[in-house]
Design a protein. Structure first.
Length: 300
């Protein structure tokens, strides 16, 4: 389930974070790539939407690339919380009138109700919603309980830096588009997502911690292997929520190379890892992608 964390930024912002324990700062060296031609430079950075306080990543080559860019591009420009709640309500409401819990078999229903109770979420309030809604809510709860904060996430830091520097910020998608990927899934796939989320809750914190470890170490191949293992059970979801979007974003980057300028693009780290990542899709389009280091900037 943690492969879906790249869609949860706006949702996590609606949840009151649990207090995080103070800890010594920890340096991270996440991966950074560049795509360029004669008059266009596009930096690609894999983001993590929620992090624990004290994670130091906005320095060295990442900071240098951001400072050199004219524009920041994110998956989604964060809308105000009331607007996000409105979108979620509109896209999440079911129209068939059948209570959500009655759509689950007896075993899945018992596990779902227990998971909602453990998370402190009244399951009765979701009876009129599509299955993806509680699935998403339950997905972020282990991260919130584990002390991960949206305020410490990459998008928050980059957006604040862009505002200070007067850099424009644009989104590859809107909130409606992102949540629409869930809402547009057939009900059977939504139920499969909900059941998988519930079954994965006991291991969610550990799995996410492993992904964060790979991200901090700048090891996208390791991150990609972890994600690929989690995708095996739900290939239909992977196509809609990950691979299809990767291809679309690779097309966007290819088209943007036709216009001069320097951009810093930050999308969920999972989109830049693995055999069908944005990086791989750009390679399929014969667009060269180079991994950057601090030394590359010092040589300029």
């Amino acid at each position: 389930m943690t492969r879906l964390f790249s869609l949860f930024a706006g949702i996590a912002l609606l949840l009151a974070p649990f207090p995080a324990l103070a800890k010594a700062p920890e340096s991270a060296s996440p991966a950074l790539w560049v795509v360029k031609d004669a008059d266009t430079t596009i930096y690609l950075f894999g983001s993590v939407h929620v992090l624990k306080p004290g994670t130091l990543w906005f320095d060295d080559e990442v900071k240098a690339a951001f400072d050199a860019s004219d524009e920041l591009v994110l998956e989604m420009v964060e809308p105000p919380a009331p607007e996000m709640a409105k979108v979620m309500g509109e896209l999440g409401m079911a129209t068939d009138g059948k209570p959500l819990s009655e759509k689950l078999d007896a075993t899945a229903r018992a596990k779902y109700l227990a998971a909602m109770a453990d998370a402190g979420i009244p399951w009765q309030g979701f009876e009129r919603f599509q299955p993806w809604m509680p699935g998403v809510m339950l997905s972020v709860m282990p991260l919130v309980k584990g002390g991960y904060l949206a305020e410490e996430g990459v998008e928050k830091i980059l957006s604040a830096a862009a505002a200070t520097a007067g850099k424009p910020v644009i989104g590859l998608e809107t909130a409606s588009e992102q949540l629409g990927y869930f809402a547009g899934l057939p009900e059977a796939q939504q139920i499969a997502f909900l059941n998988e989320t519930v079954n994965g809750l006991p291991k969610a914190d550990a799995e996410f911690a492993n992904l964060i470890k790979a991200w901090k170490a700048g090891k996208p191949d390791s991150l990609g292997r972890q994600m690929n293992r989690s995708l095996e059970a739900t290939p239909e979801l992977a196509q809609v929520l990950l691979f299809g979007r990767n291809a679309k974003w690779a097309d966007w980057i290819a088209n943007r190379l036709e216009k001069p300028g320097t951009l810093f693009i930050a999308v969920g780290a999972g989109h830049l890892a693995g055999a069908r990542s944005v990086i791989a899709d750009l390679g399929d389009r014969k667009i060269a992608v180079k991994r950057m280091t601090a030394r590359d900037f010092k040589q300029k």
